[in-house]
Design a protein around this ligand. Structure first.
Ligand code: ZN
Length: 326
């Protein structure tokens, strides 16, 4: 996620144009706000249901350890040394898996680069596919002191732990593909063309080769390590899939951390939403008071908690379990 300038309402105190609050509290005078459709929360009428004792779970401490190892590479923008080290780390961690390295050209305002999405594929018996994704790059334009513990780090670490959980286990449900996306962040300033390079490429490719038609759900995780975990309810996510995620969180007793604020978020799920894939973004864009740690050198491991990573990881696994029942 990225910082940018366009102010749409009084709520945008940090000026993040990729995170526009839904028109619940916006000032009445802005045409952008009044044009927004009424927001329907997925939290209404959800009753927790029991989770079977053999349900899969992540290990929050293990996930946090991965998060630490990722942060130890330093800042990880495209074409940096830290990025190259992290790519080698991903390849080593996923060496036993069916791993696709999806290379693509980046034509950015800062120059031309090569990006790589990493896709680990875990087969299932059911016809169809669930995609779990998180970005592994950090912001190109920020100083080297920016290590993106939460923004880039947590979204690399949790998918690695989910891969551990799925690895080698028989799966009667949908196949699960885990994607570490590249070049999510802008190179200069967040715009439709300077952002989401990896997923814009991948969505186009999957549309062309018909993979997109097989995807039952695209579940994105971003900034999910905040010790003070309050996941936004994203208006750009598919309503029925948002509901399944909230059901999953409720089943596990974690509903107080979910869908605390309504928001409309631009993130790696959008290119897939645009081609008709059901999507959900699980993101906590309230990172420090007024989101002050976001895209700041203050985005460090001490702001995170293994418990938050575990809550989100288990909610993702429970979401998969519920989707397999549909
Ligand atoms: Zn970001």
């Amino acid at each position: 996620m990225i910082l940018a300038g366009l102010m749409l309402s009084a709520l945008l105190t940090l000026g993040c144009n990729d995170k526009q609050p839904v028109a619940t509290t916006a000032d009445a005078g802005t045409p952008q706000a009044s044009a927004q459709p009424a927001f329907q929360s997925a939290t209404e009428g959800v009753t927790p249901k029991p989770v079977p004792s053999d349900a899969l779970h992540v290990d929050g401490n293990r996930t946090f350890q991965y998060n630490k190892e990722v942060v130890a590479f330093g800042s990880r923008p495209v074409s940096s040394e830290g990025h190259a080290k992290l790519e080698n780390y991903l390849k080593a961690k996923l060496k036993k898996d069916d791993l696709e390295i999806d290379e693509f050209p980046i034509d950015s305002p800062a120059g031309n680069f090569t990006g790589r999405n990493y896709i680990a594929k875990f087969p299932g018996k059911k016809d169809g596919l669930i995609v779990i994704a998180g970005h592994y790059d950090t912001v190109y334009s920020l100083p080297k002191a920016f290590v993106g513990a939460n923004d880039g780090g947590s979204s690399t670490a949790l998918p690695l732990q989910i891969a551990d959980v799925l690895r080698g286990k028989p799966n009667n449900g949908y196949s699960v593909w885990i994607v570490w996306t590249d070049a999510e962040e802008a190179f200069k300033t967040w715009t439709a063309t300077d952002s989401l390079y990896g997923t814009r490429h991948l969505a186009a490719k999957w549309k062309q080769d018909d993979t997109a038609a097989k995807i039952k759900a695209f579940i994105l995780v971003d900034m999910i390590g905040d010790a003070d975990l309050d996941i936004d309810e994203d208006a750009n996510s598919t309503p029925w899939l948002r509901k399944v995620v909230y059901q999953a969180a409720s089943d596990l007793g974690y509903q107080s951390h979910f869908f605390v604020h309504p928001n409309a978020i631009e993130d790696d799920h959008l290119p897939f939403a645009r081609i008709g894939v059901p999507v959900v973004d699980i993101i906590d864009l309230d990172y420090g008071y007024n989101n002050v740690f976001h895209h700041s050198v203050e985005d460090t491991l001490d702001k995170e908690s293994p418990k938050s990573l575990q809550i989100v990881g288990d909610t993702v696994l429970e979401t998969i379990r519920l989707l397999n029942q549909q």
